[in-house]
Design a protein around this ligand. Structure first.
Ligand SMILES: NC(=O)c1ccc[n+]([C@@H]2O[C@H](COP(=O)([O-])OP(=O)(O)OC[C@H]3O[C@@H](n4cnc5c(N)ncnc54)[C@H](OP(=O)(O)O)[C@@H]3O)[C@@H](O)[C@H]2O)c1
Length: 257
């Protein structure tokens, strides 16, 4: 099977690399420089959309939201029999259907962790996608990270939690690193320690299970050091701030495209 990727930017490149051992990839990007990069990286490259469409069964749309509507209109008449996979933020299945007559579409919301093959993704299928194809899609995309099949009305919240989530995690790591600098570590050492703590704690939660709250009580012994820090987080409304941050992000996601 051939998968055509339209747009070889951050996301298109990540998906191309994660899927290359499983399917034949053909790339098209409007920029010659990006097409050359794809070629150097060993991918099949189409010099125009026409060729890409004629040589692929599935198409992954990975252009920015502002470029997606005109692109979908331009390929609409050539989508017969093809599966369209759109990762464009905010572009609903009904909008896809109105722009491009294909009834065989999957909307996917990935995140930047696709760059290391660990994307957290949501997907929702249009009514015209057969069960066999859904199965094939899920099998293939599980190679790019974790995949949740969700109702489309939860996509804006998912966009905030998982799509934007890495930025919030990076901010947390940066804040811990700065705290280390304030106490005398170099930024690089503090960042490395912060990163190990975040990765190790997440791995522990994943492998051993349980709720974060239970593990907090295991770390914070009565009258100990951790509870002093936790009190500050409570006083500064850490939890409420993060909840408000996700709510605002998801409100913005609702207004996209
Ligand atoms: N980055 C993330 O963390 C993230 C997370 C979730 C979802 N997404 C979604 O993923 C999509 C791609 O994001 P990205 O960060 O990978 O964007 P990007 O780096 O800007 O890549 C998009 C590429 O597509 C090219 N392009 C524009 N119009 C085109 C056309 N008509 N035909 C072919 N190629 C065209 C762009 O060229 P120009 O630069 O010349 O326009 C660019 O090289 C977006 O819709 C975004 O909403 C991204």
């Amino acid at each position: 099977m051939n998968v055509g990727i339209i747009g070889y930017g951050n996301m298109g490149e990540s998906f191309a690399k994660a899927l290359r051992d499983k399917v034949q990839i053909v790339v098209y990007d409007i920029k010659e420089e990006r097409r050359n990069k794809a070629l150097e990286e060993g991918f099949g490259v189409a010099n125009d959309l026409e060729f890409l469409l004629s040589s692929c069964d599935w198409l992954l749309l990975a252009v920015k939201p502002k470029d997606a509507p005109s692109l979908l209109e331009s390929i609409s008449s050539k989508m017969e029999g093809k599966l369209l996979i759109s990762i464009v933020a905010g572009l609903s299945l009904s909008k896809i259907k109105s722009l491009c007559k294909s009834s065989r579409a999957v909307r996917v919301m990935p995140n930047i962790n696709a760059l290391v093959g660990m994307a957290t993704m949501a997907c929702v299928f249009a009514e015209g996608v057969e069960e066999e194809e859904k199965k094939k899609f899920k099998e293939l995309f599980s190679h790019c990270g974790s995949l949740y099949e969700l109702q489309e009305d939860t996509f804006d919240t998912f966009t905030a939690l998982a799509g934007s989530g890495p930025a919030f995690v990076f901010k947390f790591v940066h804040a811990l690193a700065l705290a280390g600098v304030m106490e005398g570590f170099s930024y690089d050492t503090a960042k490395s320690i912060a990163l190990d703590v975040v990765v190790g704690s997440c791995e522990l939660l994943k492998r051993l299970g349980g709720n974060p709250e239970e593990w907090i009580t295991k770390v914070a012994s009565p009258g100990g050091t951790t509870i002093e820090g936790l009190k500050v987080l409570e006083e500064k409304a850490f939890v409420g701030t993060l909840m408000e941050c996700v709510r605002k992000t998801s409100e913005k996601a609702r207004k996209l495209v």
